[in-house]
Design a protein around this ligand. Structure first.
Ligand SMILES: N[C@@H](CCC(=O)O)C(=O)O
Length: 378
């Protein structure tokens, strides 16, 4: 790694951290959030749900395995900025094609290496996530602070359309796996691994833009409909909520992940709210409220659904229940409709970097589709 110059990170409450430039030079703004994953940095960087966020890694040494062209979750790095304690000086993995520093430079992502990532994380945990900037060009923290305070907040941000595909595309099952089902997947910021997990199970997946309406979705006559993860505040996602309501009205099997869980919450007339510092990492325990089984899950969310945890409740689509609860803070981590073939989870069963405890949820979606009356010929 080449020698790097100074960089500063300024939080909206005025706290300043001094470090060294990492990745591209320049200035960047976003919501500072922390991720506790020890692995999967490449998947994190390329997860569209991190759009407009400056991600602080709590694992102290990042970049050891470099970057390859197989693991990205999308076509680019989406994080607005990247904060690590110590970037790896040596890349050591047979799959590596570039160093992480090179990749961040190539993609113009401004980062900073700080000794104080622990202090920064504790600050965000105690005060809540907040707007921030990283700069290698501004030496006056107060001038940068002024610009941080002019940035839009994440609450109220409508971002899915900024990361979604413009055109529909298809993901086919791998060779030798027959296509038994056709799934319409609404891309609100979809991670590449999600259609793959469905395709591996015999689904042909048509990925649709975030603007897809119920009519666009049902025009495909899909066996099932999927709503993806994605960035921004679910309270702004009126279009996807309306599209999902139409799918529920049509009685099509439905599955949602992360943003998709929040959209289902809203479709059921539940509220959503911003968590103080969110859940981002690969070791988040959730309990399945029916089986009592605990899964360790991958998560990335800053908002959550507000629903009664202990009892089924009435919705415009019949009764529903909370299917999963986060064990760290009792946040809603999943919803299940009791009178329609629909469910969603706030965590990531597809998690490419693991863990895979919850991968069976894709089988549960396939089972829902199998249980439907045979569709017309496609
Ligand atoms: N943007 C939403 C959903 C995140 C996601 O789908 O990854 C949140 O932060 O809670």
């Amino acid at each position: 790694m080449s020698e790097s110059g100074p960089a500063i990170l300024v939080l909206e409450d005025g706290r300043v951290f001094h470090g060294r430039s990492f990745g591209a030079t320049g200035e960047t703004f976003g919501e500072a959030v922390f991720n506790t994953g020890m692995t999967g940095y490449q998947e994190t960087l390329t997860d569209p749900s991190y759009h407009r966020q400056i991600v602080v890694m709590t694992a102290p040494h990042i970049g050891n395995t470099g970057v390859n062209d197989d693991d990205p979750e999308s076509g680019r790095v989406w994080v607005a900025g990247y904060v690590v304690r110590e970037p790896a000086r040596i890349t050591s993995n047979w799959r590596a094609e570039r160093t992480l520093d090179e990749e961040l430079r190539r993609q113009g992502v401004v980062g900073v290496s700080l000794t104080g990532t622990r202090a920064l994380t504790r600050h965000l945990r105690d005060r809540g996530v907040m707007r921030a900037a990283i700069s290698t060009t501004e030496t006056d923290p107060l001038a940068l602070l002024e610009r941080v305070r002019q940035q839009p907040a994440m609450a109220g941000a409508d971002l899915a359309a900024e990361v979604s595909t413009r055109e529909p595309y298809e993901v086919m099952p791998p060779e030798g796996v027959p296509a038994r089902f056709h799934v319409a997947a609404v891309d609100l910021g979809i991670k590449a691994m999600t259609p793959q997990r469905l395709a591996e199970r015999g689904c042909r997946v048509t990925v649709l833009p975030a603007s897809a309406t119920t009519e666009d979705i049902l025009a495909l006559d899909p066996d099932g409909v999927f709503f993806s993860n994605g960035p921004g505040d679910p309270a702004t996602a009126d279009g996807p909520v309306a599209a999902m309501r139409g799918v529920l009205d049509a009685g099509r099997p439905l599955f949602g992940i992360c943003f998709g869980n929040q959209i289902l919450g809203r479709a059921l007339d539940l509220g959503t709210y911003k968590l103080p510092f969110g859940h981002r990492g690969v070791n988040q325990p959730v309990i399945d409220t029916r089986s009592g089984r605990v899964a360790i899950t991958s998560q990335n969310h800053g908002f959550a659904v507000d629903a009664p945890l202990d009892t089924p409740f009435d919705t415009p689509y019949g009764r529903a229940e909370v299917s999963h609860i986060g064990l760290n803070d009792r946040v809603v981590e999943g919803l299940r409709l009791l009178d329609r073939p629909a469910f969603s989870v706030q965590f990531h069963p597809e998690a490419a970097a693991g863990p895979h405890d919850a991968a069976e949820l894709f089988d549960a979606f396939v089972d829902l589709m199998s249980a439907q009356p045979a569709p017309a010929a496609k």
